[in-house]
Design a protein around this ligand. Structure first.
Ligand code: FES
Length: 269
């Protein structure tokens, strides 16, 4: 049986360079930082999603995004902003069981994160002019990576989840005396704005708003929206990273207030 044809960096048409790379700069720095950043977020989010404590501030209706929507009897009553849909959940199931799989799918299949983790975790390739360790390249043409094409559907789910986060943010403008807001509201608001920045700058959103049109001149409204989304789209990578940070900060602040470690800094009410 003949050996499979060499492809990718081992193909016959590539220069025969024994060294993995001739680059002398710190090309490994970006992939390394990406690995560290993503692992920190994954670790934090996993722990917080399962602990089931300090996720809701009763007085000010602050609900961390990691527990939203909270629709089971396992959630504290006030945190059920959308009512009670199911009974008690087993401990191994996160209280945000409805949104987490879709959020995970949305971020995992995101065009930017794909680039980030293909380069940093799979080293495929780790950087320009650095040979990748894999002998074959099949791209996203077969399982499991062909599932990346489902991103457009995860975008719709991500859009709905951003609406849910927006609702959680709005209902938090309440205090025991009626309307009120504090530092927690500011943090929730900033987080929601940036989550919308991430969601609306999605490449699929760009396609939804302006794709499949033959004549922009016949669709001025869609053209205008597409132009705005395209501007946001140039910042998608920044939104991808910033929102990982704001999600953790929002959750951490609510955890501190909910656990009584600090009190919310109140401006009104
Ligand atoms: Fe990143 Fe869609 S969310 S490309």
């Amino acid at each position: 049986m003949s050996a499979p044809a060499a492809t990718g960096v081992r193909s016959a048409t590539r220069a025969r360079i024994a060294a993995r790379t001739l680059r002398t700069d710190r090309w490994w720095q970006t992939p390394l930082l990406t690995v560290v950043g993503l692992l920190v977020f994954i670790g934090y989010a996993t722990v917080r999603s399962f602990v089931r404590s300090s996720y809701y501030v009763e007085d000010y209706h602050y609900l961390t995004p990691f527990y939203s929507p909270c629709v089971s009897e396992s959630c504290v009553e006030g945190a059920r902003h959308f009512g009670t849909w199911v009974g008690e959940l087993p401990m191994w199931m996160p209280l945000a069981f409805l949104s987490l799989p879709f959020l995970l799918g949305f971020r995992l299949t995101c065009y930017y994160y794909r680039k980030a983790y293909y380069r940093s975790f799979w080293l495929a390739p780790a950087a320009c002019a650095v040979a990748e360790p894999h002998a074959r390249y099949t791209g996203e043409t077969r399982l499991p990576l062909i599932l990346q094409n489902a991103h457009r559907y995860f975008f719709y789910a991500g859009f709905v989840i951003s609406l849910i986060n927006t609702y959680d943010m709005v209902v938090a403008f309440r205090s025991p005396s009626g309307f009120g807001f504090g530092l927690g509201n500011v943090i929730l608001l900033v987080n929601v704005i940036l989550l919308w920045g991430y969601t609306l700058s999605c490449h699929s959103c760009r396609h939804v708003t302006g794709g499949r049109l033959k004549h922009f001149s016949k669709h001025p409204v869609r053209y205008r929206i597409w132009t705005l989304v395209s501007k946001l789209n140039t910042r998608h990578m920044q939104f991808a990273w910033i929102t990982l940070g704001t999600l953790m900060i929002t959750d951490f602040y609510i955890m501190l207030v909910a656990s009584g470690t600090i009190s919310d800094l109140r401006f009104v009410g």
